[in-house]
Design a binder for this molecule. Structure first.
Ligand code: CTP
Length: 403
């Protein structure tokens, strides 16, 4: 999955011959799973039609503040467009548009959106070689980069004029991988290895029956997905769940029982930087698993159970510099119990869910958590979707470790 997947991308098209390549850019962005809206300067429509770009982007193309041909014209809100965007890519960026960007000249919709944008702005210059080398163009590059915009350098080659030199807009594939690599480089968990446990464990009674619990795995899977999108490499040790996930940064190890989860978690713990144990591991398992299906001969049946090994506590003993996070699901004396677990299991952070809170716990798509870190610092959150909760937890961890 690309880092562009699910991103809202504004593509700004300005009036250079390379504007014909913007059709390929839109197609590639859509293929990467991005949502694309196109803003054109009025003159760029001489080079490529709005119809082409609107068909490929599956969205209306914007180029004026109002639709001039429509008596019921509506204001194209530049602020709304700018805030919608996760990133703004201006390709091709002509000398004229770059000069306006460098000087804050707001004489068309694209410029108004640019000046309103809070997201990262990438620009891919395109022009003839002498224009490219002109001191005012070089000054625009410098100013734009000083403002925090990111330049996608033009390539050397044959230009539309027939001259050979630098000024040809980077090819659409090059632009896309430039943006992908730049975004990946800036991800807050880039290069970090995170181990996550999720879901329930099933403890076999006989070949067809088991002791399990209601954990859906949704919280652990949300953590894995959000952390992977922040650039981390994830090993997800999962008990039996019906949720699924596919992400190039996530490796899933499927297990069934608490003892299998113990083994696999220890196998991968050595190489991780952060471990988050969200699985609802069975605390007890049958001492013996019947070889054959148990028949209902008697009126009662007693199954003797023994304690499982506490995975989290065992990691707390060997954690050294690793950041270790546990979960606590409580029904009474929530804060006190969670604080005791934090200390007893030698954790850096514990995520408390209370079954008394509406919208928290197993199977739901929402959760309400309180984070308690070393030194008993307590941070409660509202009910949120499990993805938002995962984001809160990961932001908290990033602040604790890396900021
Ligand atoms: N945990 C674990 N291995 C176990 C049991 C629990 O790794 N055998 C982890 C869970 O993944 C969770 C944390 O321990 O991160 C808390 O689990 P919980 O069941 O709430 O606490 P327990 O320590 O088992 O205590 P109790 O059941 O008595 O509340």
């Amino acid at each position: 999955m690309s880092v562009l997947s699910g991103k809202n991308i504004l593509l700004g098209v300005t009036a250079g011959i390379a504007a014909y390549k913007s059709a390929f850019l839109v197609r590639l962005l859509i293929k990467k799973g991005a949502y694309v809206k196109v803003i054109m300067t009025p003159s760029s429509k001489e080079f490529v039609t709005p119809l082409t770009l609107s068909t490929l982007s599956k969205n209306e193309v914007y180029s004026t503040f109002t639709n001039e041909e429509d008596d019921n014209a509506q204001w194209n809100n530049h602020v709304e467009l700018a805030l919608w965007a996760d990133l703004f890519l201006i390709a091709p960026a002509t000398a004229n548009t770059m000069s306006k960007m460098a000087n804050g000249i707001c004489d068309n919709l694209l410029m108004a959106v640019y000046l309103s944008a809070k997201c990262p702005v990438y620009f891919a210059p395109a022009m003839d070689l002498d224009m490219y080398k002109h001191p005012t163009t070089l000054q625009s590059f410098e100013k734009l980069e000083n403002f925090g915009n990111i330049q996608i350098p033009a390539e050397e080659g044959e230009l539309a004029s027939g001259l050979i030199g630098q000024g040809r807009m980077a090819e659409p594939e090059v632009i896309i991988s430039f943006v992908e690599n730049d975004l990946l480089d800036k991800l807050p968990l880039k290069g970090k290895k995170i181990l996550i446990t999720a879901g329930p464990t099933f403890e076999a009674i006989d070949p067809v029956r088991f002791i399990g619990n209601h954990s859906s795995g949704k919280m652990g899977y949300a953590l894995a997905e959000v952390a992977a999108n922040m650039g981390a490499q994830i090993t997800l040790i999962s008990g039996p769940v019906s949720v699924s996930i596919s992400h190039s940064f996530i490796k899933i190890i499927n297990v069934t029982s608490a003892s299998e989860m113990y083994e696999e978690t220890h196998n991968y713990f050595k190489e991780c930087d952060i471990a988050i144990l969200s699985a609802a591991v069975a605390d007890f398992t049958p001492i013996e698993k019947a070889a054959q299906k148990i028949k209902k001969k008697e009126d009662t049946l007693t199954i003797e159970l023994k304690k499982t090994k506490d995975i989290l506590a065992s990691l707390g003993k060997i954690k050294e510099e690793k950041y270790l996070v546990g979960f606590a699901l409580e029904t009474e004396n929530e804060l006190e119990n969670a604080k005791t677990k934090l200390k007893k299991k030698n954790l850096d952070l514990i995520v408390l869910n209370s079954l008394n809170d509406k919208g928290a716990g197993f199977k739901t798509d929402t959760n309400k958590v309180t984070l308690i870190s070393k030194g008993n610092k307590v941070l409660p959150f509202q009910v949120k979707s499990k993805k938002e909760v995962a984001t809160d937890i990961l932001h908290y961890i990033i602040k604790q470790i890396y900021v």
